[in-house]
Design a protein around this ligand. Structure first.
Ligand SMILES: N[C@@H](CCC[C@H](N)C(=O)O)C(=O)O
Length: 239
């Protein structure tokens, strides 16, 4: 089976172009027994319509994957692409060999949650909890406090020092180096929380992940711009 390996800020993916079983998805994602990735991106070209599904490392399906869709767009030669996903049609624009932009096909729904820190529940196609913290998160504490949500929502921790910082814990995976959709959810939470008013252009927020930057821009639609890198391709033997 043909595969392509890619990553967006260390959130890594295996792209495949055919149907496979859930067991094979899990095997492919396994870092010891397979190739290893946070998500498998299944992209099937149906007479020119690109139908895309995202599968977490544990075999659960995700409705949206921001870093993943940018990687898929990077794979194609075309500047503009249109992908059909469970969250709707996503338009992508390849800006150069590193940066890709995509527009969110969903109107965000944001609700405040009761917690000791400002916390928001953000639906943008997939589900996120965004927590405003003060510095690097204590994941033992956070995963303990939000244990009832871990199988249904991604948890984003954000804080502002000289810049906006973000750390991610993904449903179906655990800790990841970045989460594209989570970063859009974080921007929505910042806008809701009005914190961006003190930070210059409030419609454009750049988040610093563990290894780079992701920007979220509010125009008519919400856009994300960030890196997408293709790192390998090959054949995987399905047994
Ligand atoms: N890495 C992704 C998000 C993947 C989906 C998530 N784990 C879920 O189940 O919703 C991204 O870049 O958005």
């Amino acid at each position: 089976m043909k595969f392509v390996k890619a990553h967006g800020l260390g959130n890594d993916f295996i792209m495949i172009f055919q149907d496979i079983s859930k067991e094979d998805m899990i095997l492919l994602s396994d870092r010891k027994l397979g190739i290893g990735c946070d998500q498998v991106i299944q992209n099937i070209n149906n007479n020119g319509q690109y139908n895309v599904r995202f599968w977490n490392q544990d075999g659960s399906e995700a409705n949206l994957c921001g870093n993943g869709i940018r990687c898929l767009a990077q794979y194609y030669d075309r500047v503009i692409n249109k992908f059909h996903t469970n969250s709707g049609i996503i338009h992508t624009v390849k800006l150069n060999n590193e940066q890709v932009a995509f527009s969110l096909p969903v109107i965000p729904v944001i609700k405040q949650m009761s917690y000791k820190l400002p916390t928001y529940d953000v639906h943008i196609g997939n589900e996120h909890i965004v927590i405003f913290i003060n510095n690097e998160p204590d994941w033992d504490q956070i995963t303990h406090d939000f244990q009832d949500y871990l199988s249904i929502k991604n948890i984003m921790c954000i804080w502002h020092d000289k810049q906006w910082n973000i750390r991610s814990w993904e449903r179906g995976v655990g800790r990841t180096l970045a989460c594209g959709s989570g970063t859009i959810a974080a921007a929505c939470a910042v806008w809701e929380n009005n914190k961006s008013l003190t930070l210059g252009n409030k419609d454009n927020i750049t988040f610093h992940t563990e290894i780079g930057e992701l920007s979220v821009i509010k125009k008519k639609q919400i856009w994300q711009i960030g890196p997408a890198n293709i790192v390998a391709n090959g054949n995987f033997k399905l047994i």
